[in-house]
Structures are given as C-alpha cells and as structure tokens.
Design a protein around this ligand. Structure first.
Ligand SMILES: O=C(O)c1cc(C(=O)O)c2c(n1)C(=O)C(=O)c1cc(C(=O)O)[nH]c1-2
Length: 248
C-alpha cells in the first residue's frame, strides 16, 4: 500500500464523491426533475426525516469521545445546528416545516411508523458506525457534506420549478445548509488531511466515505423500489391510503 500525499488523498476522496454520491441516484434525478407525484415527494421527506432526526444523536456520540476542547467545541456546533438552541429552532425543526408544508402530520412523521424498513437499517448503520469506529473514521464519514451544496442547489431550484405544492418556505431547511455544510466539511477535510498519514489510516478514511455514500444510496434504492417501482413493504406510508399520516 502506498502512502498518499494530503492533496492526493483529498483528490481520491473527491473522486469517490463524483462516482458514488447520491446526486447520481435515479430517485434524486426524478425528484429534482419534477417527475414525482406528491405522494412520492411526501415519502421522500418522511423517510429522510429519520436521517435528519438521527444526525444529532450520532454527533453527540462522537462528541463524547473527542479528546480536546477545540474539537468538542467544533462538533458541538453541529448539534446546535440541528437541535437548535431553544424550542422551535434548528434543522430538525426546519425539516418538520417541510413535512408540514407537504401536509403530513407531525405525530406521524416523528413516530417513524410509516418509514421504510431499509431507511431505518441504513440510518442506524450510520449511527453505529460513528459510535464504534475510530474518531478518524467517524469524522471522515461526514465528508459526504463536501458534495451536498451542489445537490442542495439543484434540488431547491428543480423542486421550486417543477412542483406547484412546493414553496420557498417549505424548502427553508436547505438555505442554512449551504453555509453550514461547507464550514463543517472544510473542518472535517482538514482533520482528515492532517491525521491520515499512514496507508492504514488513509484506507480507513476512504472506507468510511465509501460506507457513507452507500448509506445515502441505499436509502434512495429503498424509496425507488417502494414508490417508483410499486413495491411498498407492509405497514409503510401509502399516501391517501394512510389517513393517519395527514394533518387534520
Ligand atoms: O440534502 C442532502 O443531500 C444532504 C446530504 C447530507 C450528506 O451528504 O450526508 C447531509 C445533509 N443533506 C444534511 O442536511 C445534513 O444535515 C447532514 C449531516 C450530515 C452528516 O453526515 O453529519 N450529512 C448531511
């Protein structure tokens, strides 16, 4: 195994994103190109809530293991971004504004009852990965955020253009992410460049990013199978056939 320079390692990570990030998935292409109906968009937002709601818990488990004040302060900000600093603020709350805007009931969304089994398996795999692997691998697994500003811009402009049931207010979740994600991924990338100096540590970082791309990809595979190819597993959200899913 050869040891890569920090620049070569970064390039390798960017190549992984170019090949494997979920912007290439057909479900996202359909979502952004206006090819989905309202039920399919609702299913996407409902399932993605599971991911959003789990991010602060995965960050808290890493925070508890970080060895320095500087690192903990940096990571603590991610939790504040998602959980907010007081009730009614933060990213999880803004995601609920998106599911509200799509007409879904908060109780139903927060209960996770209607989510696909595979969504839970993928999200829990990510939470466990961050809890159990090295600090370096855990930080590297967040590096998908290097690639998220591009997909978020495509998503917001595509969805506003194509869906009459989507407004700027409904998509407000994404605006702060355009500055938060680069700030977070710059930090994670600098950490990885500095701390992955052996071939083994570099392989760990590469494996972590590939794993995370697979988490995001498999969530969309599950949505595609259930809601585009017509094979919803028993008990999941089925649009109007699931009356409890809708706010009264
Ligand atoms: O909209 C997206 O496509 C997207 C992707 C990702 C990502 O790449 O993991 C995140 C987010 N959004 C996001 O909003 C978010 O808060 C977030 C946190 C993390 C992480 O791994 O800690 N990824 C992402």
């Amino acid at each position: 195994m050869t040891i890569l320079s920090p620049d070569a390692l970064e390039q390798h990570l960017r190549d992984i994103g170019a090949a494997r990030y979920h912007n290439r998935h057909p479900f996202h292409r359909a979502l952004h190109d206006g090819k989905l109906d309202r039920t399919q968009v609702q299913a996407w937002a409902l399932n993605r809530y599971y991911y959003q709601a789990s991010i602060p818990a995965k960050d808290a488990s890493l925070l508890a293991r970080l060895p320095t004040t500087d690192l903990r302060r940096e990571w603590r900000r991610r939790i504040e971004d998602h959980d907010g600093t007081e009730p009614g603020t933060g990213g999880v709350e803004r995601w609920l504004a998106l599911t509200d805007g799509l007409g879904l009931s908060r109780d139903y969304v927060q209960s996770l009852r209607g989510t696909l089994p595979a969504t839970g398996f993928a999200v829990e795999a990510y939470v466990h990965f961050v809890r159990e692997r090295s600090i370096l691998a855990a930080i590297a697994s967040s590096l998908t955020e290097l690639f998220s500003p591009t997909i978020i811009s495509e998503r917001v402009s595509g969805m506003l253009r194509h869906y009459d049931f989507i407004s700027e207010k409904t998509l407000a979740y994404f605006t702060p992410r355009l500055t938060q994600a680069p700030r977070d991924s710059d930090f994670a990338l600098a950490y990885v460049r500095e701390h992955a100096r052996t071939a083994e540590r570099q392989a760990e970082v590469i494996g972590a990013l590939e794993f995370k791309c697979a988490v995001l990809w498999s969530m969309l595979d599950a949505l595609q199978h259930a809601y585009m190819e017509g094979h919803p597993p028993p008990g999941v959200f089925r649009g109007r056939e699931t009356p409890e899913a809708f706010a009264s």
